[in-house]
Ligand binder design. Sequence first.
Ligand code: SF4
Length: 287
Amino acid sequence: MERLLPAHFLQTYHFCPRKLYLEENYRMRPPRTKGDLKRAILDEALKYTNRAEPGVVKSINAPTTEHRVADKYYDSNRRSLQEAIINNKEALAKEGMSIIDTHKQLWYDLRHATKARVRSTYEFMAKNRVYGNELWWQLIPKITFNLKLSSEKYGVEMTIYRVDNYPHSAVPHLITRQDPPERGVWQNHRTELALAMLLLAEQGLIVQEGVVDYANGTTERRLEMTADLHDHAQELVRRIRETLKSKDPPPRVDNPRKCDRCPHKEQCYDDQYMQAKKHEHTGQVTF
Ligand code: SF4
């Protein structure tokens, strides 16, 4: 049976198919950076906020202000972040990263991510006048961060950054530091969001649209699910598999700006090195 493709392959493939090939088949993976470690800690903290949210909402047991609701979320999130940082303190020490600085930097991102929850809970409470346990059970939408899904049918696995859950439907969100294009969403986000929508729909949910939160969540762009988008996402997964199964790496991209930013530039343009890598490669297809 074929292995599932991690959805982050799409990003790399969009950047350069050859880069994906080199990293996956020739094992030329760039070393883990401090930024990767920070992202992993933030992901872990977001996971803990999912676990803590029912307690936060149930503690809102009387009418209150949005500011007070935010305080309850932020107190709880601070604990989630501390837990994630403590779990990773050895990795941080190994990288020479300070616990206090990491907390400060990640707190901004975590606080920002939680604004949607604060707003949604406050508005639901104020509109429906329900509190405590009842507020939690009735709350719509409930927001989940970092939802892991996989699909044999589509041959992919992914972690969806945020999902807004309604009784029979869901809206997935991606987040990026990138600025948005003039209109719509960038091509790579289009495919990734389409896959997120397909994976959620496979769970029996109605999924009509998805959202990309650009510039770290300050600009929202919506994307509607269509039959074309469905076909496009499936076709791209098929093309990525074909690329990875090929005996030879794809040609270099004709884009010096991309190559200048690529960690493999030196080796990629060294034909002898590439030839040696090709001989080393057992031809064993991993995907
Ligand atoms: S150096 Fe350029 S062609 Fe080579 S893998 Fe990187 S982006 Fe692709």
